[in-house]
Design a protein around this ligand. Structure first.
Ligand code: FCB
Length: 487
């Protein structure tokens, strides 16, 4: 039953009997910081907001031995005993390589304006470098054409972790050669797709593939390098981005936009007071010093280098200049918050560890903190004056159950999206230049070392039959798209 509040009850609940509705609006805006001009209204996102969905090559494509594709580090890793949940591999995944037309129809039914996919480097350069494989590139030609025919704008990521195994055999990201090979590959793809693809992202989540893959050993290639090694890998990753930006600019059609999709740690003030907000802002630069900060500023912060000491990465001025190549937009993958508080240490902030009781989705790491979707884009804009921001990933795993009559009532995922999108709307209505949002993910897919047990899709996939079923969250998202606002 709908509960009605009298004006008096409402005022009591909010602490003052004298507050009129207009004053409430003013309070809301001043508490949230400066209000700037925005085309967002009280209910809607700005006109033309790009609603999308994202996937990644190894997580959905399958067809690992087709049309001349070379092996990637994820083929090797997932086929190594004990490395992935249940021994799951991406050999078949969603069989998207063969079913992409059907999947584009799912996108169309949702009303998606845009789709973010990644190109598998070992399809295009089976050896990582050297001779390209035109048959591999052709898959992406077909996919892009199919998207455009259905009025869906393609957004293309060039590296979503499936490094050609041949490069790993030469040292992978431990070697500067990988950064150079990436630039050649990125330039080649941009040259062939930029007549139809206007937005390219260089690398996806450097923090994840560097730290989890080369430091913790839980992702491919499964290494546990000492700090100096990890710092050098990190440097080669940001260098690959910078050289990639330059290569794309040199070979793409005029008007092509270049950025990246990074999971910058989203610092969130524990309490929204000026002091705590200032601490979160300082923290945003420092905790992302090896990645997004280096890219946006073309230098490593003093604190980063001091902290690394003798293990600091080796780099040249010319490399830092390349790393700082201006980007046209910043893509942020945002899942969870990192709460920060002010303190009187030299850096002026401390991270607040999450208590064991902190609510999370099915993945333990996925703490539910919707305000991350407000603070992420807001801090990126304030710290670096970014003019164009996309949320390139956001979504949730849940313990989905297909009912006997063929439904998936993922009400927890709907709750997740509704709350996160409300916070994104808050950012847009303050004028933070968020231009689009890509939900992760269109389909249940291969969730890396977690295998197929962790479902992130808004479409349920029966991995035996490859049947796709829209979940409740797909219906919810369709409603959001058609209203251009939180449903
Ligand atoms: C991100 C990855 C993406 C997917 C989601 C759940 O870190 O970029 O491939 O695994 O998490």
């Amino acid at each position: 039953m709908l509960k009605r509040f009298s004006r008096r009850t409402f005022a009591r609940l909010f602490g003052s009997a004298a507050i009129a509705p207009a004053a409430l609006t003013n309070l809301a805006t001043s508490a949230a910081g400066q209000t700037t001009k925005s085309a967002a209204t009280a209910r809607s996102f700005p006109q033309g907001f790009l609603w999308g969905s994202a996937t990644a090559s190894y997580q959905v494509e399958g067809a690992v031995n087709e049309d001349g594709r070379g092996p990637s580090i994820w083929d090797t890793f997932s086929h190594t005993e004990g490395k992935t949940n249940n021994g799951d591999t991406g050999d078949v995944a969603d069989d998207h390589y063969h079913r992409y037309k059907e999947d584009v129809q799912l996108m169309k039914a949702l009303g998606l304006k845009t789709y973010r996919f990644s190109v598998a480097w070992p399809r295009v350069f089976p050896q990582g470098a050297g001779a390209p494989n035109p048959k591999g590139l052709d898959f992406y030609n077909r996919l892009v054409d199919e998207l455009l025919t259905n009025n869906i704008q393609p957004y293309c990521t060039l590296f979503h972790w499936d490094l050609p195994q041949a490069l790993e055999d030469k040292g992978g990201w431990q070697s500067r050669f990988a950064s150079e090979a990436f630039a050649t590959y990125a330039g080649y793809v941009a040259q062939h797709l930029s007549d139809r693809v206007k937005y390219f992202m260089t690398l996806n989540e450097m923090r994840s593939f560097v730290d989890i893959g080369y430091r913790d050993g839980r992702h491919a290639p499964g290494l546990k390098l000492p700090p100096a090694g990890v710092n050098q890998v990190r440097h080669h990753a940001v260098l690959a981005h910078g050289l990639g930006v330059q290569a794309i600019r040199a070979s793409a059609k005029p008007g092509t936009k270049v950025g990246l999709a990074e999971n910058a740690t989203t610092t969130v003030p524990v309490i929204e007071t000026p002091e705590q907000i200032a601490a979160a802002k300082k923290a945003y630069r420092e905790v992302n010093a090896g990645y997004l900060t280096a890219i946006m500023e073309g230098r490593y912060t003093d604190a980063y280098l001091t902290h690394a000491g003798a293990d600091a990465p080796k780099f040249t001025d010319a490399e830092m200049k390349a790393i700082g190549s201006p980007v046209d937009f910043v893509g942020l993958n945002i899942y969870n918050p990192s709460y920060v508080r002010a303190d009187d240490s030299p850096l002026g902030f401390a991270t607040v560890p999450a208590p064991a009781s902190f609510p999370h989705m099915m993945s333990n790491w996925l703490h539910v903190g919707p305000e991350a979707l407000y603070w992420g884009p807001k801090l990126a804009t304030e710290v670096w004056n970014v003019k164009e921001i996309y949320i390139t990933e956001n979504g949730a795993s849940s313990a989905d159950v297909l009912t006997p009559d063929g439904h998936v009532y993922d009400s927890d995922r709907v709750m997740f999206f509704r709350n996160y999108l409300t916070q994104l709307h808050r950012a847009a209505s303050e004028g933070v230049p968020v231009r689009g949002y890509f939900c992760w993910s269109l389909l249940d897919n291969y969730e890396w070392a977690d295998g197929y047990a962790y479902r992130f899709g808004i479409h349920y996939v029966d991995f035996k039959t490859q049947k796709r079923t829209p979940k409740l969250s797909a219906h919810f998202y369709k409603e959001v798209i058609s209203r251009n606002g939180v449903a």
